[in-house]
Write a protein that binds this ligand. Structure first.
Ligand code: FES
Length: 575
């Protein structure tokens, strides 16, 4: 690995010497910096997803200042680059529609500016994969710094995780057993401070996977948002990225087949979000590795759930962190990992976690005492030829082998209009089917997969039924939900052919999902099926629809996942 010198820095093309660099040099001077503050120094772009519309990232402006402190200390020149924030709760129709937008924005922000290395500030669900995908494609030195998770809370004396977990009280609200003032108390407590959801949802899963991939400082994903160690780690990342620039240590030197497999194994051991099955594949493909959804299934059989954290387990992220957090978990499963993988620290993964202590072996379990045996299963069959995923550890055990009649909702509007209809023909044996909520149909594959329990069932005390869709569900969700059916119904996948009353069989142990209808009947329905009109005729939505691939491929754009080199921009002075 050849290192960099002041003369070979990427930014040198902008901030060189002489009249050829006047336009760029004078703009730095205009911003109040003296020549010695930026010339010949690594320029560090801090890609910041702070926004007033993303309270999970409310503290990231302060975090950026901590990063800048570290960059200055190490002799670099920090600059902050705002990027699209993707607050999970606010962005409609789905933050997922914009993950690739953030990835493209990150890559191009880094490319078009005089940047030598990057610090990526994110955390709320799609921001982590979006930032990482862009940084991988740009392939300059980069460190991902997670926002950290929100404070813990209690409700009725019980531990209370954030995200969609509190929606477990929704059947009681729907059935009239929970007063509105109690529901408003829940609303107050779902997120108690800035920071990401404090359970093993998509945010905590993806920040952990970034660390296992080697793209974060050790332990960074196990620090609460409001803990001063977050700023300390930010400053440390600022110092470290400057050295990474001199060493020319890039994502392509760090992310490999082995590190992606490590990340997938950690995901399963964490009881991580089903969304990781999409994001990790997208990251792996960006990095040019071979990882597929089938690999995830194999790993799901090999690695049990070791993190006793909601929604698969009992505790919340603060308790997991206090019990040793991710480094401790990785020591518990060290025999399953390739510990020689490189990381941003300059040391291997094994060196990073050496000495990590398990503070509570009930929360960070050993391999011989798991929380559950399976966190993620990939099912295939005539209903999902390219696969779908289910999270057995967050499902009802008795429903993992189930056959029942379909109750079909054609899209999210149809679901909203009829799910609580007292005349809905549904019982505990039914299989709820929601379609046209995939990557193209959603559009943007919203988190509709945890289909609400119909009121008439909730009133009978039924809290779970089998639910099937081409949507995603929040990583904080729970229930017997088969998700990400590929190919999706919008493009004529078999889910489009299901009719009310069709028998559907779910067989998680056999990794099968079957629409129990004769092939000839399905073929007749296929012939009669008509493709819907596209949602978008212009703008980002059209670009997304024209390029997005299916869930089993990571929902990336093939043109962005391509490893074809993008030329550096020409930088010509005005003189
Ligand atoms: Fe932002 Fe969960 S809503 S991390």
């Amino acid at each position: 690995m050849a290192g960099k010198t002041p003369e070979t820095l990427r930014s040198r093309r902008w901030y060189g010497e002489g009249p050829g660099s006047t336009e760029h040099t004078s703009h730095a001077l205009q911003a109040g910096y003296a020549r010695e503050e930026f010339q010949g120094r690594p320029v560090i772009g801090i890609v910041n997803t702070w926004s007033d519309m993303n309270p999970c990232h409310a503290h990231l402006r302060d975090r950026a200042e901590a990063v800048k402190r570290g960059v200055w200390q190490a002799g670099g020149f920090p600059v902050e680059l705002p990027a699209m924030s993707l607050g999970e709760g606010y962005v409609k129709p789905s933050a997922m529609l914009y993950r690739n937008f953030l990835a493209m924005e990150t890559e191009e922000l880094l490319r078009c500016h005089p940047i030598d290395g990057a610090i990526l500030l994110g955390g709320c669900d799609k921001t982590t994969p979006g930032l990482l995908m862009g940084a991988i494609s740009m392939d300059i030195p980069a460190i991902y710094c997670p926002a950290g998770f929100t404070m813990g809370a209690t409700f009725r004396g019980e531990r209370f995780g954030s995200g969609t977990g509190p929606f477990r009280y929704a059947p009681d609200l729907i059935a009239g057993r929970l007063p509105m003032e109690d529901w408003e108390a829940i609303e107050q407590k779902i997120w108690s401070s800035p920071g990401t959801c404090n359970v093993m949802g998509t945010a905590s899963t993806m920040t952990a996977l970034a660390e296992v991939l080697g793209m974060s400082l050790t332990g960074a994903s196990s620090v609460p948002a409001m803990d001063s160690r977050g700023h300390q780690l930010g400053a440390a990342a600022g110092r470290r990225i400057v050295q990474m620039v001199w060493d020319d240590l890039k994502p392509s030197d760090i992310i490999s087949d082995a590190s992606v497999f490590n990340a997938a194994k950690a995901c399963v051991a964490l009881g991580g979000s089903t969304n990781a099955a999409i994001h990790l594949i997208a990251l792996a493909r960006r990095a040019g590795t071979s990882f597929t959804l089938d690999d995830f299934n194999d790993i799901g059989r090999q690695v049990p759930v070791l993190a006793n954290v909601q929604p698969s387990g009992e505790y919340i992220m603060h308790e997991f962190a206090d019990a040793g957090g991710l480094p401790a978990l990785l020591t518990q499963m060290a025999s399953k990992l390739d510990l020689d993988c490189a990381t941003v620290t300059g040391a291997t993964l094994g060196e990073n976690i050496r000495g990590a202590k398990v503070g509570d072996a009930n929360i960070v379990r050993p391999l011989d005492n798991p929380v559950a045996t399976e966190a993620l299963a990939v099912l295939k069959g005539n209903l999902a030829p390219n696969g779908c995923v289910i999270k057995p550890s967050a499902a009802t055990a008795e429903l993992l082998q189930h056959r029942g009649p379909a109750v079909v909702f054609n899209d999210a509007d149809d679901l909203a209009a009829r799910i609580h209809d007292p005349d809905l023909d549904v019982d505990a044996n039914s299989v709820l089917v929601l379609r046209n909520v995939g990557p193209l149909g959603g559009p943007g594959m919203a988190e509709n997969g945890m289909i609400p329990i119909p009121r008439k069932l909730a009133e009978q005390g039924i809290r779970d039924v089998v639910r099937i869709s081409d949507a995603r569900m929040s990583g904080t969700s729970f229930g017997t939900c088969a998700l990400h059916i590929s190919p999706e119904s919008w493009i004529g996948g078999p889910l489009a052919l299901v009719e009310d009353g069709d028998e559907i069989e779910l067989d998680v142990a056999g990794r099968a999902i079957t629409l129990c209808v004769e092939d000839a009947v399905l073929e007749q329905r296929r012939q009669a099926w008509q493709a819907p009109e596209p949602h978008y005729k212009r703008g980002w939505g059209m670009l997304f629809s024209d390029n997005v691939n299916q869930a089993h491929e990571g929902c990336d754009f093939d043109m962005l996942a391509s490893r074809e080199p993008t030329p550096e921009p020409p930088v010509h002075g005005k003189i």
